[in-house]
Design a protein around this ligand. Structure first.
Ligand SMILES: Nc1nc2c(ncn2[C@@H]2O[C@H](COP(=O)(O)OP(=O)(O)OP(=O)(O)O)[C@@H](O)[C@H]2O)c(=O)[nH]1
Length: 425
């Protein structure tokens, strides 16, 4: 299921994972030099400090000698956070300050050293600096971690966004996911040795889960607690699977012990009433129907009255498929809702329709606010993006996925289950 999206996500995870691995190796390879610098810091730094008035100090150094020197020399202590925010120029100075300590120990000739410091300061000033040196040094020397910077993620995130767009995820949704992944990864300390792929996968899973679980709605719980009869109207364009989904849901509810009646509100399409009648018979629920071309609002009204009179728990009303752009048919739908106000309005569309389904969901939601969606035909070659996008764009949950033509092929939608599917082996 959702194989294309799945492979794109795993491609991103692997790619960024190995980028992190590369970066981690680089950090490790810098370590010996930094360790030398560290060892020589106490003596070298002490000497340097005593020879030249130094305006700033790296807060994390805890050498006794240095502390002594600090007493003798006017020093401004800079915390790690402050340092991270400082302009590049002063960072360059600070780096050369550390370096100066190191160089001083080995190369006593100050003028030469000064030149080198200036050259380095200029070179450093040109480099984009997003992570404070002390922060990085700490990562290198003590915690053996690495820090991801925005630049490291720029290319992989761009590729992720392209992959999401190609998987039928709407632009605004792709952007939200990418932003979330970025926020989670940039600037965070990560331990070397931990599976880097897991780090990326975790961030991606969280981003998608957050997008999908904004409005969770449990239909089972709702029906259990709601005043009966619960009236649910199904809407969507032609042939997306409304009638089949009604039959599947009727069976599911019946299996849970509820009494169900279905209303043949699609009086428009020839054969639609018979189709629902066959399903109703197969799953063993009553159908309320009128003649073809009759008034759908009247059929639905009768079904609700029947349910009230006979203590039926749930009424599932079919409606004719209509394009959201068809003003007359959308007005007719509004009339159905005026005559017998539904407790829930469910939008049905095909997962394979991708971005078209997302667009329709948004427009149906504008015309007759829907409470949730059923995405059918996920067993076909659906990319998976429609499920993510519809939930995000309508702000209404995906309730079920249609996963085949059998009556039991209706999977209750659970964001965690969905995310796990996307990353399943
Ligand atoms: N593979 C697959 N096919 C499905 C699924 N749901 C529905 N179908 C098929 O899709 C076709 C259309 O389904 P219907 O239930 O008739 O669609 P509808 O929305 O009621 O159609 P209209 O009455 O024209 O609006 C049928 O052949 C169904 O068997 C599903 O989850 N998977």
């Amino acid at each position: 299921m959702f194989n294309k999206l799945k492979s794109k996500l795993s491609g991103f995870t692997e790619k960024l994972g190995s980028k992190i691995d590369e970066k981690a190796v680089e950090v490790e390879s810098e370590k010996p030099e930094t360790e030398v610098a560290d060892e020589s810091t106490e003596s070298g730094l002490q000497e340097t400090v005593s020879q030249a008035p130094i305006e700033s100090e790296v807060a994390e150094t805890d050498s006794d000698d240095l502390q002594q020197t600090q007493v003798e020399t006017p020093v401004t202590t800079v915390s790690e956070e402050e340092e991270a925010e400082e302009p590049t120029e002063s960072k360059g100075e600070k780096k050369s300050f550390w370096k100066r300590g190191f160089k001083k120990a080995e190369e006593p000739e100050i003028p030469e050293e000064k030149e080198e410091i200036e050259a380095e300061t200029e070179a450093e000033a040109e480099k984009p600096k997003k992570t404070g040196f002390a922060q990085k040094a700490k990562a290198l020397m003590f915690e053996r971690e690495f820090i991801l910077e925005e630049d490291d993620l720029e290319e992989p995130l761009w590729e992720l966004e392209m992959a999401l767009l190609e998987s039928d995820i709407a632009l605004s949704v792709s952007e939200a996911i990418v932003e979330s992944v970025k926020e989670q990864l940039v600037g965070t300390r990560r331990r070397i040795g931990k599976n880097t792929g897991d780090i990326v996968e975790g961030a991606l899973k969280k981003a998608i889960f957050d997008v999908m679980s904004a409005n969770v709605f449990d239909l089972d719980e709702y029906i259990k607690d709601a005043e009966k009869p619960v009236h649910i109207v199904f809407v969507g364009i032609n042939g997306t699977g409304k009638t089949t989904s009604i039959a599947k849901l009727a069976k599911r509810l019946k299996d849970q012990g509820y009494s169900v009646v279905v209303a043949a509100g699609d009086t428009f399409r020839a054969g639609a009433i018979d189709q629902l009648a066959i399903h109703a018979e197969k799953v063993g629920v009553k159908i309320i129907k009128h003649q073809e071309q009759g008034d759908p609002a009247a059929v639905v009204y009768d079904a609700v009255q029947h349910a009230k009179a006979n203590n039926v728990d749930v009424v599932l009303s079919d409606t004719a498929g209509r394009m959201h752009t068809n003003v007359n048919l959308m007005e007719q739908l509004k009339k159905v809702c005026r005559v017998s106000t539904p407790d829930l309005m469910i939008f049905v569309d095909e997962a394979v329709a991708g971005n078209d389904a997302v667009e329709r969901a948004a427009q149906f939601n504008d015309a007759v606010p829907v409470d949730g969606s059923i995405l059918t035909k996920t067993d076909a070659d659906a990319k998976g993006g429609a499920a993510i996008s519809i939930a995000y764009i309508t702000g209404k949950p995906i309730l079920f996925l249609g996963m085949g033509q059998g009556y039991d092929d209706l999977q209750k939608f659970d964001p965690q289950w969905f995310v796990d599917q996307l990353f399943a082996e």
